[in-house]
Write a protein that binds this ligand. Structure first.
Ligand SMILES: Nc1ncnc2c1ncn2[C@@H]1O[C@H](COP(=O)(O)OP(=O)(O)O)[C@@H](O)[C@H]1O
Ligand SMILES: [Mg+2]
Length: 338
């Protein structure tokens, strides 16, 4: 278990992390998610020991590690840039930490081979120079190098960000499988909401040096606690006064019309199965964004812009200028705060 208690981290006078409180359970895949500059890497650097907090405590399995040197924390680290030794071959890169620990040749050989199998590096690749490997393979080496030391925690800072989309998706699956197989507590940093949703047991959404919400992917997505979280984790529409008044009028509900409300774009329907529970809003198509599997439509609705997403399964297909009835379930409308 990892505990952050009232952690503050500064760069000079600038406070990058303000009063962070967080508990990560044993074996959890835990993600720090947020936009660039919100303090994810700073939090990770604090945990690893690259920066020292100006306030607070960090505990690892009940032991205070706030001022413990990096090498005593037994934390495995993987960065976006692979940070491998460029002149060494794969085997020597992975074996590096074991050699420092002065393990016997046989032990090193056995451990390197075992972990290489787990991260799906083959025998031939082990004796290649790291510069001969692709980005995806280099990141496998970096992960193996971290794991071979059998750390108590694995920390990964945007490890897939340098890879192309297809490979990112594939490595993501492998990483998840490996983490479950090893059962190792993992702290994962990313700005990519899809990565966070697919990989994590729980997510902490960061905004400007503070945590906005902690929860499972399902909770974060379906029960966002603030406009920031709701917007960051998905695609949303904003309902202003005029649309809310229409909804109130048609349903007898009492949405606060002095405050904006939100609805996820996939919750605006053009073809609902049961129309009765929905409010109909008239839209006119002003933009189509074709994406292969789906098309994202933008409509003009009472002077506002509203988006919907339609699977390209041959049912819905609209043209610019076309009038389209849009259906929303009032239960899907979210209002935050106060
Ligand atoms: N070495 C540094 N010196 C000064 N400010 C820094 C340093 N590293 C990060 N910061 C600042 O701290 C804030 C958080 O940065 P960081 O933790 O790297 O964000 P993230 O990883 O979420 O993109 C940013 O405003 C950034 O500019
Ligand atoms: Mg970062």
């Amino acid at each position: 278990m990892i505990e952050f208690r009232n952690i503050e981290i500064k760069y000079g006078k600038y406070i990058a992390i303000t009063n962070l409180n967080l508990t990560v359970q044993e074996g959890e895949f835990f993600t720090l998610l947020g936009p660039s500059g919100c303090g994810k890497s700073t939090t990770l650097r604090g945990l690893v020991g690259f920066t020292t907090p100006s306030k607070g405590q960090m505990l690892l399995r009940g032991k205070d590690i706030t001022y413990l040197p990096v090498e005593k924390r037994e934390i495995g680290i993987v960065f976006q840039s692979y940070a491998l030794f460029p002149t060494m071959n794969v085997f020597d890169n992975i074996a590096f930490g074991l050699k420092i620990k002065k393990l016997s040749k046989q032990e090193i050989e056995q451990k390197v081979k075992e972990i290489s199998r787990k991260v799906e590096l083959n025998q031939m690749q082990l004796y290649k120079n790291v510069s001969e490997l692709s980005g995806g393979q280099q990141q496998r080496v970096a992960i193996a190098r971290a794991l071979v030391l059998e750390p108590s925690i694995l920390c990964l800072d945007e490890p897939l960000s340098n890879l192309d989309a297809k490979l990112r998706g594939q490595l993501r699956l492998e990483l998840k499988r490996l983490q479950k197989e090893l059962g190792i507590t993992t702290i994962y940093v990313t700005h990519d909401q899809e990565e966070a949703l697919t990989l994590s047991d729980r997510i902490a959404v960061f905004n400007n040096g503070c945590i906005e919400q902690v929860g499972t992917p399902y909770e974060i997505y379906n029960h966002s606690s603030s406009e920031f979280v709701c917007d960051f984790i998905g695609d949303i529409n904003r309902f202003k006064k005029n649309i809310l008044e229409l909804v109130n009028e048609k349903t007898g509900l009492l949405f606060n019309v002095t405050k904006d409300a939100f609805i996820r774009i996939e919750r605006v329907h053009t073809n609902p199965v049961m129309k009765s529970q929905f409010v109909e809003i008239k839209g006119r198509v002003i933009e189509c964004e074709y994406n292969g599997i789906y098309t994202k439509y933008t409509y003009s609705v009472m002077g506002e812009t509203i988006k919907s997403i339609e699977k390209n399964d041959g049912r819905a297909c609209y043209n610019i200028g076309q009038k389209v009835p849009l259906y929303v379930d009032p239960k899907d409308i979210m209002q935050f705060g106060g």
